[in-house]
Design a protein around this ligand. Structure first.
Ligand code: FMN
Length: 244
């Protein structure tokens, strides 16, 4: 199955409830290591398509914010740091989130483009680990996403000097009032300092909880990124398993 060029998450997905049977199975197996069966994984399985299946399972399960993920970056001294963000798009080109380009994470990523993502869908007993490098998305793409947000969030992006020290709450409220007035009655422009990062993965691991801690770990390592345009997408990935 080929993914559409840009997988976004229509809100209707959130209302695709699990069947009663699926809910009961999740309820009664939580913590016992007997979760959803692994989908068919052949040597030809594409990890982005597998991620799509797991992501849809997570949406169906009713987990709040299934698109939330941990992002880990490293500063120039090698000090790692992690925080949660929201995944806004994924496809064969990578995984995209949006943030302030002057924030701590963005400063790290500008100095060191290596990144790790982590999803944990607890009721499904699944995690997905992703490692790769980042690049900024185009300004056009950031603009499109920025303008899809509600007005309050757009003002918030202008008002917050993300990750800079804040003297007190009033300072932030003043900034919010300032930009609300400044942009009153007009379209709010995308700030220069705000936009998306795309993670281009070279390692994706799917972890499925199993009984007796004998979990499944199915890993995909991307080979030879330089030559990717010459190859079939599936052959770019070497698949292997790891001990739990
Ligand atoms: C569930 C959740 C989702 C979040 N989504 C985002 C996001 O998409 N972009 C963002 O900049 N911060 C997001 N945040 C806030 C970040 O976790 C973090 O506090 C902020 O980006 C500053 O991080 P930094 O100082 O390491 O750059 C989210 C927090 C939570 C708990």
């Amino acid at each position: 199955m080929l993914l559409s060029p840009s997988h976004t998450f229509p809100i209707t997905f959130y209302f695709t409830a699990m069947t009663l049977f699926e809910k009961l199975r999740c309820l009664f197996t939580f913590g016992q290591g007997v979760a959803l069966p692994l989908p068919d994984i052949s040597s030809q399985t594409n990890p982005i398509q597998l991620f799509n299946q797991w992501f849809n399972d997570a949406i169906k399960s009713g987990i709040l914010l299934p698109e939330s993920m941990s992002v880990s970056s490293c500063d120039k001294n090698g000090q790692p740091s992690s925080r949660m963000v929201l995944l806004k798009e994924f496809n064969d080109n990578g995984f995209v989130f949006y943030t302030n380009y002057a924030s701590r994470k963005s400063q790290d990523l500008t100095e060191n483009n290596k990144i790790a993502l982590l999803f944990h869908w607890n009721v499904l007993q699944r995690q997905v680990r992703i490692e790769g490098v980042v690049e900024q998305v185009t300004r056009e793409q950031s603009e499109k996403y920025f303008h899809s947000r509600d007005r309050g969030s757009q003002i918030g992006a202008w008002a917050s000097k993300q990750s800079s020290p804040l003297a007190n709450k009033e300072e932030l409220q003043k900034q919010e009032a300032f930009y609300s007035e400044k942009f009153a009655g007009q379209e709010i422009p995308l700030p220069e300092f705000w936009g998306g990062w795309r993670i281009k993965p070279h390692y994706i691991e799917f972890w499925q909880g199993r009984a007796n801690r004998l979990h499944d770990r199915i890993c995909f390592q991307r080979e030879n990124i330089e030559n990717e345009t010459q190859k079939d997408q599936n052959n770019l990935w070497r698949q292997f398993k790891l001990n739990p």
